[in-house]
Structures are given as structure tokens and as C-alpha cells.
Design a protein around this ligand. Structure first.
Ligand code: XUL
Ligand code: CO
Length: 442
């Protein structure tokens, strides 16, 4: 069969999306995201480092447990898997470049379907990597991160790195080796581990400590391989508390950080935090960002949003300015993204079936992040917010409070001071005042 590449335009009639400002009535334009506009020391583009997720945008066909696919993407029509892989990549780079996004992210088998044997799969992946190299070179688009899908195939039903069967662990290792090779070949800035099946369905049949030790061994082996073969980027773990597994070991940021510390993986590993995973863990996204930032492991984010009425991972495109402003405040205070960025791990709704909907979704997501960036930057610039925060802790800035922080006071000293000073004067937390301050800058 003769393979056809790069000949079809999939998003016909949709031009490159430009910044036209808030008052434009063109839905195919950015209202706030102006890539070259400076916000503080960097351009918007350099602050935000947007990436498109291959799996939702080019593979997600709208099928759900209750119904058939609704999205009959033209790039998924061909019956030959390799041809489909090339078509999908043409569509991907067309969309990425029309949106003016600089990065993309993939799982190994997003690029091309897994074959019946590992050997055959490796051949398919190699063909896709060669084509991706050409496409990246021609467009300037870069790989934010690569990863291996260690959760879809039935062999991973009992886990991948934490599978009780060593033969499955070997298979997972083979897939990670190949995905790391691909990430290195395409000069990826990060490599992600999301352990959707790493956890348990029932504690009755699970040796939790052993499984976690296996996971740590696996991560060390992957890290050693990557470093030995020239991977200089960041390894990222993406926490999620549940779904598809009842209890996932990478539950939330705090759990993952203590795991990394316990198994001596801090230093090479940081976190990739996803909004809807944070909310599934009963946290706000900004809480997860702050936990990671405080431990120096805020690496990258998967942008999306959940639904306040539903308890599952709905992966909707972000649109809440107030919440994203709070998130951007943490990100900016943490020094912004280094190797990481903002990956839209989000999908259009099952009934959003026009190809244009994919553009509207990303335009909206990019615009809302641009707004949140501008607002968070102005809040920090104005200085009032940080001043208020400093005031709240002012009793530790001098005198006995400072001595306590420096480890100079014991419990007897605190007792003596309490007796001497008497009942503390009430100090308001002023939450509403803080909240109004954010609103004032929006
Ligand atoms: C699943 C999820 C994954 C990871 C990559 O909830 O977020 O797509 O981002 O494996
Ligand atoms: Co994700």
C-alpha cells in the first residue's frame, strides 16, 4: 500500500488564529491571548507554554460507557493503522500550528494503534517518530512530554509497574523504554508517569507495601535508563486519587511527594498536576499547586476542569477566571514554568461534533489562562495582596516570634510568655477582604 502524507487539509476554512482583542466579534480569534505581549519579564507565550493533548483531541471519539462514538474524525477513517497514524499526525500538526501552540504531548499508542506483537508495535512507533521529527522540524512545534499508556490494554487490568505478575511488569518496562526513546528522539522536555492502574481494587488481595516498592524500583530503573541515554528533562508524576482504579497510589501531591522522598526520587521527579484530579481528591487545584511549590516540585500542569455536580473526571476545558487567577498566583509566586507548561488534558463534550468545536475549546482555554495570567500578575505587581499576607504573620518577623522560628525557644519559654502576655488579642483572618482583592483586579 502506498502511504500518503501531508496532502490533506482537515480543518478547511479555518485560518491561523490571531489575537484580535476583547471587542472582536470573530469567534475564531483570541480575545486575550496575545502570544508576544509581555507580562512582566516574559511574553505570554513564554509564561504559558501551551500544549495540545494528542489523546483527547485526535483520538477521543466521544464513545462512552453508554453509547457509541459521536465524532467521526476524518483522520481516523482509513482502515490501515499506519496510514491512520500519518493522517492523525497531519491533522494534529495542522491544528497545533493553526492555533499557534508551541507544544504537544502524547502517549505511545496515541500516535499509532498498538499492534498484535511488541515487535510490530515498535516498528509502527518508529515510523511515527520519524514522521513526527519531520513535522516538528518543519513547524517549530516541540514536544512538551511523552508518556506510555500503561492502562488501556487488558494486560494492565491488575496494574503495570505494580502488577503482581512480573511478566506484566516486564511488558510495562518495555513500553516505558520505547516511550522514553521516543521522547528523547523528539527532544521532549519532560516525561510523564500517570499510574491509572497503579493501586488496588481490593485491599484483600493486595500487598500494598510490596507494590509500592516495585513502583519505586520501576521508576528508578526508568530514570537511570533515561539519564544514561541523554534525557536531560524532568520526570513527572501525575497524581490522581481514583478512576479507573478504586485507590491509586499517586493519590495527591502530598502523597506523591512523601513517596518520592521515601524512595529517594526527589531531584529527578517533579509533579504534573491536573485540575480535575485535584478536585477528585477533594482539594482545590491551587491547594495542589501550593503543596508542590512548597516542596520545590511544581513541574507542569494538565489544564481542564471538573463539574461541581459530578464526581468523575469530566475533563472539560477550563473557563473559571476566579479559580484560575488563584492558580496563576501560586504558579507566578513559584517562579513560573521551567521545563513544564500548560497541557490541555481536556475534551470537547460528546455532543460537540463539529471540527470547529475543537478550535473554540482551545481558544477559550488559552484566552482564560491569558486573562488569569494578566490578573494574577497585576495583583502581585500592586503589592497589596502580599503585604496583607505578610501582616498576617508579622508576629513572627521580630522579637520572640522570630526567636521561636529560629529554634531558640522551648515549650517552657512559650509557657512563660503565655503567662506573661495573657489572652491574645483577636486577629481577623480577613478572608472576605482577600477575596474582594482578587475580584478587584479581574
Ligand atoms: C487521565 C490523565 C492522563 C494523563 C496521561 O486522567 O490525566 O491522560 O494525563 O497519562
Ligand atoms: Co492528565
Amino acid at each position: 500500500m502506498k502511504v500518503v502524507k501531508g496532502e490533506r487539509e482537515y480543518f478547511k476554512g479555518i485560518p491561523a488564529i490571531k489575537y484580535e482583542g476583547q471587542h472582536s466579534d470573530n469567534p475564531m480569534s483570541f480575545k486575550f491571548y496575545n502570544p508576544k505581549q509581555r507580562v512582566g519579564k516574559k511574553t505570554m507565550q513564554d509564561h504559558l507554554r501551551f500544549a495540545i493533548a494528542y489523546w483527547h483531541t485526535f483520538c477521543g471519539n466521544g464513545g462512552d460507557p453508554f453509547g457509541a462514538p459521536t465524532k467521526l474524525f476524518p483522520w481516523l477513517e482509513n482502515s490501515d493503522p499506519l496510514q491512520r497514524g500519518y493522517d492523525k499526525m497531519d491533522a494534529a500538526f495542522e491544528l497545533i500550528t493553526k492555533l499557534g501552540v508551541s507544544y504537544y504531548c502524547f502517549h505511545d499508542y496515541d500516535l499509532v494503534d498498538e499492534a498484535p506483537t511488541l515487535k510490530e508495535s515498535e516498528k509502527r512507533i518508529a515510523a511515527m517518530i520519524a514522521y513526527a521529527k519531520e513535522k516538528q522540524k518543519a513547524s517549530g512545534v516541540k514536544l512538551l512530554w511523552g508518556t506510555a499508556n500503561l492502562f488501556s490494554h487488558p494486560r494492565y487490568m491488575n496494574g503495570a509497574a505494580t502488577n503482581p505478575d512480573f511478566n506484566v511488569v516486564c511488558y510495562a518496562g518495555a513500553q516505558v523504554k520505547n516511550a522514553l526513546d521516543a521522547t528523547i528522539a523528539l527532544k521532549g522536555s519532560n516525561y510523564v508517569f500517570w499510574g491509572g492502574r497503579e493501586g488496588y481494587l481490593s485491599l484483600l488481595n493486595t500487598e500494598m507495601k510490596r507494590e509500592q516498592e516495585h513502583l519505586a524500583r520501576f521508576l528508578h530503573a526508568a530514570k537511570d535508563y533515561g539519564r544514561k541515554h541523554g534525557f536531560k528533562g524532568t520526570f513527572l508524576i501525575e497524581p490522581k486519587p481514583m478512576e479507573p482504579t478504586k485507590h491509586q497510589y499517586d493519590f495527591d501531591a502530598a502523597t506523591v511527594i512523601s513517596f518520592l522522598r521515601e524512595y529517594d526520587l526527589l531531584g529527578d521527579f517533579q509533579l504534573n498536576l491536573e485540575v480535575n484530579h485535584a478536585t477528585l481528591a477533594q482539594h482545590t487545584f491551587q491547594h495542589e499547586l501550593q503543596v508542590a511549590s512548597d516542596a520545590g516540585v511544581l513541574g507542569s500542569i494538565d489544564a481542564n476542569r471538573g463539574d461541581y455536580q459530578n464526581g468523575w473526571d469530566t475533563d472539560q476545558f477550563p473557563n473559571n477566571l476566579y479559580e484560575l487567577t488563584e492558580a496563576m498566583l501560586v504558579i507566578l509566586k513559584s517562579g513560573g514554568f521551567k521545563t513544564g507548561g500548560i497541557n490541555f488534558d481536556a475534551k470537547t463534550r460528546r455532543n460537540s461534533t463539529n471540527l470547529e468545536d475543537i478550535f473554540y475549546a482551545h481558544i477559550g482555554g488559552m484566552d482564560i489562562f491569558a486573562r488569569a495570567l494578566i490578573v494574577a500578575h497585576s495583583i502581585l505587581q500592586a503589592g497589596q495582596y502580599e503585604k496583607l499576607l505578610r501582616e498576617r504573620y508579622s508576629t513572627f518577623q521580630s522579637g520572640k516570634g522570630k526567636q521561636f522560628v529560629n529554634g531558640k525557644l522551648g515549650i517552657e519559654d512559650l509557657h512563660r510568655l503565655a503567662l506573661k502576655n495573657g489572652e491574645p488579642i483577636q486577629r481577623s483572618g480577613r478572608q472576605e477582604y482577600f477575596e474582594n482583592l482578587i475580584n478587584q483586579f479581574i
